[in-house]
Every structure is written in structure tokens, then in C-alpha cells.
Design a protein around this ligand. Structure first.
Ligand code: DSN
Length: 438
């Protein structure tokens, strides 16, 4: 970063601080990962200077001879990796990929169905705060008390409301998605089944979770979660999708550009191509397997030590700890002070609110990338439980107006907590042995 250092010391210093934070801390946010140096290099190239509205071979501006090669490589690698006939690698991120699906296959006002946000679903699957529920008639399905999808409800809702589109996929769901079961319901009512595999794409590529390709018509994902690429999104159309509508690929292309986006981010496309190249290597399968081994080990150890896990474990890369009503935020803050990052999250049947929820969400994609295995997972579980003990006596005020001030005071108290300072030092020592970047 010699040029930033010379030209803009302020930004240089903050970037350095953030890189140091990533190096010295344990990242457990399950939607985050550590992109490879090659991916980061591709992001920092002059490809960012180019405008390329359109698609390879059919652009609106000149000078595309190399950009076309890059985007074609990304498209072909995505098709090969997932075994599909069609891919679009231009979505700026997952939300835009999902919005493009609506634009491609629905009319405004159509009925759609997705997993509710408080039950682990994504905003763009029709949650009330998302534009998707303003433009479409969104029906939300839920999970049962045990945290598993409620198929009786899903089937009943599908038959009653006959949605045009059914989403399968989530941001906070710890079990494997039974794509086949969803397909049976969707096929019966003639709905499009769209699998949003943002969280589990890397697990599917590694072969440790079943692929939705035989069952879904369309598949969307982000490229930066378990897939370990740069930030970005992708849309795939399956053979099943093309059978339902041979124009589906073209409709998706049109929905991304010109309906929703302008010029693609070519530096991002190059970085996605690099990441897909990495995911095509056999070593990525080993990585995906290890993510799950690590998650199961971490979950077991947390439960052995008394933590209450939603659904009593995990099938994937993440888990949800039920911390008690409204207590998730306290654990997030205290762990931050100990150099361990995760996020507060709602749990099924949430009794608090999304802003002060009862759970935390954590996962293993990043720590697995760093090379950590079972012994480190057990150590992380011990640290989490120690931090939980430190916050035992603290309570979020019931009066909502007092909460923000209380949390400021709580942060100050936690900053001075000797146990947290000690853990932070131990975390740093462990992280040195498993560098995020060498
Ligand atoms: N923000 C993502 C996550 O953390 O899961 C979902 O879009």
C-alpha cells in the first residue's frame, strides 16, 4: 500500500488498523471469510476504471476485448463449478441477485413465499422491512420450536396462496436445506423454486451439502461467504429452469442489466473468476469438509459446557446460541472486547426484538480458512463460556428508552474487565499461529 501511505495517511492508518483487527481477532460471523491474496489483488486492479454495460460480445462501450475474456471465464467457471447451463456473474451483491429474480419471473403484486426473518430467513425473501414485500405480496413461512423448517405449514401456505415464487435459503438456519422437499411442493403448484445458497455455496461446492441444482429453477448466492471470494453475487439457471422457461437465462440477464444495474464491476468480476478457480481445486473440498467438522466440534463443546443451542447443534457452518431474552447484544459486546467477533441474532420464537435479540450467531468459515481445527474450536468454546460468565450479572433494562445509555455503560465496564483483557491477549497469541494473511 505504498501509494495510499504516501498520499492519504488517514485512510492508510485506518486500513492498517482494520487489517490488524482481522489478524489479531477471531472472526466468527458466519457470513464472513478471508479472501485469498490473489482475490484481493484482482480487486485492486485498474479493471475498476472500465465501463462494460451489457454482456460479453454485446456491450454498449468499446474497449472490451479483455473484459469480455474475464467475464466469460467467470461465467464458464461458475457453470462448471455448479454443473448448470447458465450463469450471470454481474450482480453487485446477493440482494441485487435476488431482486433480479423477482424482476425476471414475477409481475409487481404477484404472491411470493419465503422464510421469515425472525425465523432465520433473508430480508429479500419478503420480510416486511424489505422493498420485496412492498412490490410483491409476501407470505412468510416459519420454523418449528426445534428450529427446523415447518413443512406442514410450508405446504399448507403454498397450496392456499399459490405463490409464483418460493424461496429456499436463509441467513440464520443451522440445518441442511431439503431442496427435494421444497421442489415437490413448488412443482405441485407450478411455482418457481429459487434456492438462495448464499450461506452454504461453499459447502455445496465441497459436496458436504446436497446441491439444489436438480431441484431448483434458479439459484442465487453471494460470492464472499463460504465460497470465499470477493463481495459479489451470482445467479444460476438450471436445466430444470430452462425446461420450465427456455427464455429464463435471457430474462435474468435483462433483469440485471438494464432493469436493475448499470455497468458491472469488472474488478469484482475478475476477483470472482479467481475465487471460482480456487473453488474448482480439490483443496476446496477439504476446506468445505473442515468447516463442518469445526462447526460441529464448536457446537458440541459449547453444549457440553452448558450453552443452549438453537436446534441443539448444527449441520452446516453456523450455530445460534440462545442467550436468554434480549441478552444477545450483551454477549456480542463482551466478546468484541475479548477479540472474538460474532453477531447478535434473533432466535426462533424470538421474544425480544431484532435490535436487542435473544441470540448470537457464530460460525467457522473464517477460522477454518486460517487452518484452525478441533483443538482451537474447543479453546474458542471455552473462551465464549468464560465471557458468558463475566456478563451473567448484567441485564438489559426492560424500559427501551434506557437501553442505549445502559449499553454505553456496559461497554465501559467490559473494557475494564480483567478476564476479557486476559482472553483478548490469549486470542492474539493463538491468532499469531494461524495468520489470516502471511
Ligand atoms: N448480511 C448477510 C449475513 O450476515 O448473513 C445476509 O445478507
Amino acid at each position: 500500500m505504498k501509494n495510499i501511505k504516501k498520499q492519504d495517511k488517514q485512510i492508510y492508518q485506518v486500513i492498517q488498523n482494520e487489517v490488524q483487527r482481522q489478524q489479531e481477532g477471531i472472526e466468527l460471523i458466519p457470513s464472513e471469510n478471508i479472501a485469498s491474496p490473489a482475490v484481493i489483488e484482482a480487486l485492486g486492479t485498474p479493471l475498476t476504471n472500465k465501463y462494460s454495460e451489457g454482456y460479453p460480445g454485446a456491450r454498449y462501450y468499446g474497449g472490451q476485448e479483455y473484459i469480455d475474456v474475464i467475464e466469460t471465464l467467470a461465467i464458464e467457471r461458475a457453470k462448471k463449478l455448479f454443473g448448470v447451463p447458465y450463469s450471470n456473474v454481474q450482480p453487485y451483491s446477493g440482494s441485487l441477485a435476488n431482486l433480479a429474480v423477482y424482476v425476471a419471473i414475477c409481475e409487481p403484486g404477484d404472491t411470493i413465499m419465503g422464510q421469515g426473518l425472525l425465523d432465520g430467513g433473508h430480508l429479500t425473501h419478503g420480510w416486511k422491512a424489505s422493498a420485496t414485500s412492498m412490490f410483491y405480496n409476501a407470505i412468510q413461512y416459519h420454523v418449528k420450536e426445534n428450529g427446523r423448517l415447518d413443512f406442514e405449514e410450508i405446504e399448507a401456505l403454498a397450496k392456499k396462496h399459490k405463490p409464483r415464487l418460493i424461496w429456499v435459503g436463509a441467513t440464520a438456519y443451522v440445518r441442511e436445506f431439503p431442496f427435494q422437499k421444497f421442489a415437490k411442493i413448488a412443482d405441485e403448484i407450478g411455482a418457481y423454486l429459487v434456492a438462495d445458497i448464499a450461506h452454504v455455496a461453499g459447502l455445496i461446492v465441497a459436496g458436504v451439502h446436497k446441491s439444489p441444482v436438480p431441484y431448483a429453477h434458479i439459484i442465487t448466492m453471494t460470492t464472499h461467504k463460504t465460497l470465499r471470494g470477493p463481495r459479489g453475487g451470482m445467479i444460476l439457471v438450471t436445466e430444470k429452469g430452462l425446461k420450465k422457461d427456455p427464455e429464463l437465462g435471457k430474462k435474468i440477464n435483462r433483469a440485471i442489466f438494464p432493469n436493475l444495474q448499470g455497468g458491472p464491476h469488472d474488478h469484482q468480476t475478475a476477483a470472482i473468476a479467481v475465487a471460482l478457480g480456487e473453488a474448482l481445486k480439490p483443496s476446496f473440498k477439504t476446506y468445505g469438509k473442515q468447516i463442518i467438522i469445526n462447526a460441529k466440534t464448536l457446537a458440541e463443546e459449547l453444549m457440553n459446557k452448558g450453552a443452549k443451542l438453537v436446534s441443539k447443534g448444527t449441520d452446516n457452518h453456523m450455530m445460534l446460541i440462545d442467550c436468554g431474552i434480549g441478552r444477545g447484544v450483551l454477549l456480542e459486546i463482551a466478546l468484541d472486547m475479548a477479540g472474538i467477533t460474532l453477531n447478535k441474532n434473533t432466535i426462533p420464537r424470538e421474544q425480544a426484538s431484532p435490535f436487542y435479540p435473544s441470540g448470537v450467531r457464530l460460525g467457522t468459515p473464517s477460522v477454518t480458512t486460517r487452518g484452525m481445527k478441533a483443538p482451537q474450536m474447543r479453546q474458542i468454546a471455552r473462551w465464549i463460556m468464560q465471557v458468558m460468565k463475566e456478563i451473567e450479572k448484567h441485564e438489559l433494562p426492560e424500559n427501551k428508552t434506557e437501553r442505549s445509555k445502559y449499553l454505553q455503560e456496559f461497554k465501559t465496564i467490559m473494557k475494564k474487565n480483567k478476564e476479557l483483557t486476559r482472553i483478548k491477549q490469549e486470542v492474539k497469541t493463538l491468532c499469531k499461529k494461524f495468520p489470516a494473511y502471511k
